[in-house]
Design a binder for this molecule. Structure first.
Ligand SMILES: [Zn+2]
Length: 325
């Protein structure tokens, strides 16, 4: 049986479907773990020490600085704003973003923008628990990929914690139909099988140089880091100017995005790989889906994924009976 859900344009919120049980562990070990394992192990992980990231924010254009610190088992990923509001990185906290250019979470009157690349970095490193303290309301964009986040966090080291990691296991097929032909689909895996990620994009109309690209890869920590996390966000130079008219993309440049002018790549060093665009869309999808609170076990496929559709698909999945936790 195929379960489906459809986008409702007026649905601007994401109903809390499954609130993560927050119970703080107190018996974390200090066992350093290798980031190079093939799959997920059973123990939760956090960082061995705090790290700092700073740089420009892609949408506000303001300077940003964040500190990513170790956190207790079972606490999850928590963002802490300048006013000390704690916002769990959870799908129920996603805020509607009219432009759909980034993923925004909010609680207690505060918001945190552009969380997706750091969330992807956590997912690809198998980091379950961390506290992210911000000085502003948006994360730094760094080079437009997740690679700088990953490099510094792996350099700091990861530690295994004593509590077991939980997994959101897909048990029945579930698909979500978004706007403009977009869809995201989740399928179960057998007990002896690894999950796969399949993403297809079609930019033929908007950016012919990107055209149609597709990607199919295993969902393994090492593969996520080697195959997609270095791929940068991208856009049209003309759109960048349009977004700036209403205060978005104010910090965007060739230093933190691949910019296209018609079919021409404006970045003087070109692309990092021929299909960098679909790989970045896969990175975004992994980051957005980590707002489930735990890794997904299943086959994930998507056509023209975008932040809004990703969030709506995840919220709809969590309201379905197509998974176990
Ligand atoms: Zn992105």
């Amino acid at each position: 049986m195929l379960n489906t859900a459809s986008s409702a344009a007026e649905n601007q919120g994401f109903a809390p479907a499954l609130m993560r049980a927050v119970s703080r562990g107190t018996s974390d070990s200090t066992q350093l773990v290798s980031p190079e394992q093939r799959g997920y192990d059973l123990q939760q992980r956090t960082l061995a020490r705090a790290v700092e990231f700073s740089g420009i924010s892609v949408h506000s254009g303001l300077a940003a600085r964040i500190f990513v610190a170790p956190a207790a088992a079972d606490s999850g990923i928590v963002f802490i704003t300048a006013r000390h509001v704690r916002i769990s990185a959870y799908v129920a906290h996603i805020c509607f973003d009219p432009a759909g250019l980034c993923t925004v979470i909010g609680a207690g009157g505060d918001t945190v923008s552009t969380v997706e690349h750091l969330m992807a970095a956590f997912a690809a490193c198998g980091i379950d628990n961390a506290e992210v303290t911000l000085e502003g309301a948006e994360l730094p964009i760094l080079d437009g990929s997740a690679q700088p986040f990953i490099d510094k966090m792996l350099d700091a080291g990861l530690v295994a914690q004593q509590q077991q990691r939980r997994f959101l296991r897909i048990t029945r097929p579930f698909s979500y139909q978004g706007l403009d032909g977009q869809w995201v689909r989740f399928d179960p895996i057998r007990a002896d099988e690894e999950g796969t990620l399949a993403v297809k994009i079609d930019f033929t109309a908007m950016i012919p140089a990107i055209g149609v690209q597709s990607l199919n890869m295993p969902i393994q920590l090492g593969a996520l880091r080697s195959e997609i996390m270095h791929c940068r966000t991208f856009g049209l130079e003309a759109k960048r100017q349009e977004y700036q008219a209403y205060g978005r993309g104010l910090g965007a440049s060739c230093a933190n995005a691949v910019l296209y002018d018609g079919d021409r790549v404006l970045n003087k060093d070109g692309l990092r790989c021929d299909d960098e665009s679909v790989r970045h869309k896969a990175l975004d999808l992994i980051g957005d889906l980590f707002l489930a609170g735990w890794p997904l076990l299943g086959h994930i496929s998507a056509f023209k994924p975008g932040h809004r559709t990703n969030a709506e698909a995840l919220a709809a999945l969590l309201e379905s009976d197509c998974y176990t936790l």
